[in-house]
Ligand binder design. Structure first.
Ligand SMILES: Cc1cc2nc3c(=O)[nH]c(=O)nc-3n(C[C@H](O)[C@H](O)[C@H](O)COP(=O)(O)OP(=O)(O)OC[C@H]3O[C@@H](n4cnc5c(N)ncnc54)[C@H](O)[C@@H]3O)c2cc1C
Length: 320
């Protein structure tokens, strides 16, 4: 029976992080394909409130509380996750492909002597023939992989699995987590970038700027604020120090799939496209008519962003 265990993530205020609901959706697909049930594990100093929040989505939540679980330190979380996976005879153990999921899941896989597929995009087939799709070479190729062994681990790309809705039937089980690991690494601090704008990975609209901005993000930010959007950037911008790294969209940055993605002064390199091509509508503003971004854009404007974006901003304001 293909039971699935999903690792729960919390925001810095302790509330349930939406990415977990996408990971549960991936877990539901696997459970449906292999005839199992979806469980979740919430780890925190006191995991009760977080577990209660996850229970609302119709899954059995294992609440693991302990001072050593307060922060997502992989060395401390992995033993508790692996032990819980064994206790429910999980065939699949996974998390959202966030910074935390990417950090903790390989260690869980090693503890369980399991194979692992990272960044999965979908689930195909059923029973013993279940396979997973995942991107390779910056998303230029989508591979279909079949994992062997009795336990398999994964991280799921949040943009590819629609968040589950609330459902009945959930329950919380308190569990005794494994004791703290030998302190090979320890939590030092967490500095969150506070912004009045929506979070990049959760925003419905993203306005991103590239090297074409020459570091002047006023037109990007002006349009973003008029639209209530998040601000993104290409790696060229972040590498130049014009914008912080946490705004980077792409293969080595964040993967976003908003309803509307506006790329201004971005050429459309494959590594950038890997992080935003799942967007529902893509608008490109670039003064080079041959820029590759136009190949994937739904709407393209060959224009100088310093002229076009303020005009767009004024038009949005007038339309409100
Ligand atoms: C392993 C690896 C990983 C990478 N990961 C990422 C990643 O995660 N994210 C990412 O973005 N990149 C990534 N890159 C870098 C990527 O290859 C490109 O170098 C980068 O995306 C280019 O950024 P850009 O489009 O802003 O700059 P450029 O390629 O220099 O393009 C600038 C564009 O702006 C246009 N322009 C200039 N002035 C104006 C103006 N006034 N108005 C309108 N348009 C204008 C130009 O016509 C041009 O098309 C990675 C590369 C490697 C090798």
């Amino acid at each position: 029976m293909g039971n699935v265990l999903i690792v729960v993530e919390a925001n810095s205020d302790g509330s349930l992080r939406k990415a977990t609901l996408n990971a549960i959706a991936a877990g539901q697909k696997l459970a449906a394909a292999t005839g199992g049930q979806v469980h979740a594990i919430a780890l925190a100093k006191n995991a009760s409130a977080l577990a209660d929040a996850v229970k609302e989505y119709g899954v059995t939540v294992h609440a693991a509380s302990g001072a050593h679980l307060e922060h997502p330190v992989a060395e401390n979380w992995a033993p508790a996750i692996a032990a819980t996976a064994q206790s429910i005879s999980a065939e699949w153990v996974g998390a959202a492909a966030t910074a935390i999921g990417r950090d903790v899941m390989p260690r869980v896989a090693a503890k369980l002597k399991a194979v692992m597929a990272s960044d999965i995009l979908g689930v195909e087939g059923s029973g013993a023939d279940v396979s997973l799709t995942r991107p390779m070479w910056a998303g230029a190729v989508v591979a279909t992989v079949k994992l062997s062994g009795s336990v398999k681990c994964f991280t799921a790309r949040t943009t590819e699995f629609e968040a589950v809705a609330k459902a009945g039937g959930g329950e919380v089980k308190q569990i005794q987590p494994a004791p703290p690991a030998q302190a090979l690494s320890k939590f030092v601090g967490f500095k969150e970038v506070k912004s009045a704008r929506p979070a990049l990975t959760e925003a419905k609209i993203v306005v991103s700027g590239g090297r074409g901005t020459k570091g002047d993000f006023k037109p990007i930010e002006g349009l973003a604020d008029e639209l209530g959007a998040a601000v993104g950037a290409s790696r060229a911008v972040c590498d130049a120090g014009w914008q912080p790294n946490d705004l980077q969209v792409g293969q080595t940055g964040k993967v976003v799939a908003p309803s509307l993605y506006i790329a201004a002064g971005i050429s459309g390199a494959i590594q950038h496209v890997a992080g935003m091509k799942g967007s529902k509508t893509i608008v490109a503003v670039n003064k080079d008519p041959d820029a590759p971004i136009f190949q994937i854009a739904d709407y393209g404007l060959v224009a100088d962003l310093f002229k076009a974006l303020p005009e767009l901003q004024a038009a949005v304001k007038a339309a409100k």
